[in-house]
Design a protein around this ligand. Structure first.
Ligand SMILES: [Zn+2]
Length: 315
């Protein structure tokens, strides 16, 4: 039997029909009307009805950025859409009729990695997603940890620098300010400005002094040493974050996803080295594995669908 996963992004909505083993049998994408909550709701309903097409599905999971209550029914706060304490499940259920759950997008992606990707075979997994920001998901004993208020796993807001850079969350020194894709661009541009004219990384600067993301990606792929030093700095912060997180959660594996993870081993090796330097009880605490996420763009829809199936099984 199928389940449906719908992933609401800032620029597009992706929806897919997912089989029991996590495979995608039909996938649709439409532009995301993020500026209007009413149009967003209409777009989700239309996407769900297209995929349903009179099929019998075990559930519909909807992944969205923001705080979702632990029941998967109310969007408490969404950063990109004007949902505030929005009873989204109730509204959608009235219009679609099927069994619906709402999940945080990073939790959905983490669950997909745990069930079908890099976290397969483990029972305690922590995922960090380094994209525009830094997201997280925590699996303990085979279960997704949503927390008492639905806001667990916000690992980008673990503090790694005392009195550090101001974060969008209102605090200072959060991991997100040092280990996101945006942080990589900032660190690379700072390094580039200190280099002699004509150095490739310096040539990748835009006229306003910011780093051109495509040029940086190309330099990383070419093995440019200055670009890799910037990546290693991001990896250092990620490793430090993982060391603090391990002291609380003790995962068997850290899975690193998001755009920055496309660097693969060039990111993972220095993350592991930094973790080893900074972990508590070094030499006595067994070391977790580190892996790059496998499902990349499809993790949101796959995880949301599987979590909907999981909830319908438990209900
Ligand atoms: Zn923060």
């Amino acid at each position: 039997m199928y389940a449906i996963g719908i992933d609401i992004g800032g620029t597009k909505i992706a929806g897919a029909l997912i089989s029991l083993d996590g495979n995608i049998s039909e996938m649709n994408r439409v532009p995301s009307p993020a500026s209007s909550a009413a149009e967003m709701e209409d777009a989700i309903v239309a996407m769900a009805k297209t995929l349903l097409d009179n099929r019998d599905v075990s559930g519909i999971g909807i992944a969205a950025a923001g705080f979702i209550d632990a029941d998967g029914s109310t969007v408490l706060y969404a950063p990109n859409i004007s949902w505030r304490s929005e009873p989204l499940r109730e509204k959608l259920q009235a219009r679609i009729g099927s069994n619906i759950v709402i999940e945080n997008d990073a939790n959905a992606a983490g669950w997909a990695e745990y069930r079908f990707g890099a976290g397969r075979g483990y029972t305690h997994m922590t995922m960090l997603t380094s994209g525009t920001g830094v997201g997280g998901a925590v699996i303990i004993d085979g279960r997704l940890v949503r927390g008492g208020f639905g806001a667990a796993g916000e690992l980008g807001h673990v503090r790694v620098v005392n009195e550090g850079l101001e974060c969008g969350c209102g605090a200072h020194g959060c991991l997100e300010q040092y280990a996101s894709g945006r942080a990589l661009l900032r660190i690379a541009s700072e390094r580039a400005r200190a280099l002699p004219a004509g150095t490739p990384l310096r040539a990748a600067l835009e006229t306003d002094g910011t780093m051109d993301p495509d040029a940086l990606r190309a330099l990383l792929e070419d093995g440019d040493p200055n670009a890799h030093e910037a990546l290693t700095e991001v990896a250092h912060w990620l490793g430090r974050g993982c060391a603090s997180i391990a002291a609380v959660l003790d995962p068997q594996i850290f899975v690193i996803g998001g755009g920055v993870a496309s660097a693969g081993a060039a990111l993972l090796d220095p993350v592991r080295a930094s973790f080893q330097r900074e972990m508590s009880a070094r030499g006595f605490h067994p070391e977790p594995d580190f892996a790059i996420a496998e499902l990349v763009n499809d993790a949101g829809v796959v995880g949301a669908a599987d979590l909907a199936r999981e909830r319908s099984r438990l209900d």
